[in-house]
Design a protein. Structure first.
Length: 190
């Protein structure tokens, strides 16, 4: 099983990364091959709305550090998206990646029965960590992005969400979250 993990936080040892790392290390113990990309360390731009991916190419026209990431997602079985919640949404690093996934959609995606170029059956693991202790606040983030990834052919989606985690690395002491990451990795990989 191939797993691609995208760390959307500018903090490589932040809370969302801690949960993602626990998930990935557990998956590796179950035989998964994991590739992790820290998006903040890459040089890339957001979608330019050039529409080349709908008119003359079957991929994004931009050639930058995100090209390798987009290609890796095409080949993966499981995609892990990990992000802190910034201003009620995923980080800008992760949002720019998500915007570039528009290139996965076929030119006739609005009317097509197979709107996406990706193979169907991929699994999504979405990891969100917010400092706000109100679990109702920002609960819509996952639903919003899950909608698009289902459109892309992701048939299984999982959410690991933490709230009230403000200090860097704080979630590493939350055994419930770390155990959830391990259990989910075991379930997905077995």
């Amino acid at each position: 099983m191939k797993i691609v993990c995208l760390l959307g936080s500018p903090r490589e040892k932040g809370n969302s990364a801690a949960i993602a790392n626990r998930f990935c290390s557990t998956a590796e113990r179950f035989g998964a091959e994991v590739r992790t990309f820290a998006l903040n360390n890459l040089e890339y731009r957001g979608c330019q709305a050039c529409m080349a991916c709908k008119t003359k190419l079957d991929q994004c026209a931009l050639e930058d550090d995100l090209t390798e990431v987009l290609d890796a997602v095409c080949e993966t079985d499981v995609l892990v998206l990990a992000s802190p919640v910034y201003y009620g949404d995923v980080s800008s690093q992760l949002k720019a990646f998500i915007d570039r996934t528009y290139s996965y959609l076929t030119p006739d995606y609005i009317t097509s029965s197979k709107p996406c170029r990706l193979s169907e059956g991929k699994k999504l693991v979405f990891i969100l960590v917010q400092g706000n202790p109100d679990q109702e606040r920002f609960a819509d983030i996952f639903e919003r992005y899950d909608y698009f990834f289902k459109w892309y052919g992701f048939t299984e989606s999982h959410l690991i969400r933490a709230w009230g985690a403000r200090g860097m690395g704080e979630v590493a002491t939350r055994e419930d979250l770390m155990k959830l990451a391990e259990t989910m990795a075991e379930k997905i990989c077995s």
